[in-house]
Design a protein around this ligand. Sequence first.
Ligand SMILES: [Zn+2]
Length: 160
Amino acid sequence: MSAGCDREPAVVRAVLEGEWPAELSAHAATCADCREVTVVTAWMQDVARAARSEAAAARLPSPAAIWWKAEVLRRVEGRRELTHRAVRPIELFERATWGAVAALAGALGWLEADELGEWIAGSELAHALAGPDASLALAGVSVVLIVASAWAVASGGRKV
Ligand SMILES: [Zn+2]
């Protein structure tokens, strides 16, 4: 670089701010140093601008990547829904079966509570149950089973 012109700082400022006083513009047109400073400053400004926009672009994912990710998520969601729909009848059947088994056991217990009570009273369980209320306890268990079966059937349509 040559010794330069003492107007160079003003020329740099003019390039950066984009405002050229008429007198300075006239000087820069005739001064080789100031013309060079004008070109170099403008070039450096372009480089800085490009670097900034490149950094900004690097931070944002490309539209293609966003679309691709959304598409993958959509397909995964669709497949999950399909699987859920395919398995649903099996789940319903399973729940209905358990409901029927519980209802049957409950009804049997309710209807045969006395006989079961006597049978248990005659067995070793009698000591464990300790008392003549065995049939009452069985009736209670039956009620619990009936309620459980009703719950199983009713909730069969809701759960995932
Ligand atoms: Zn100059």
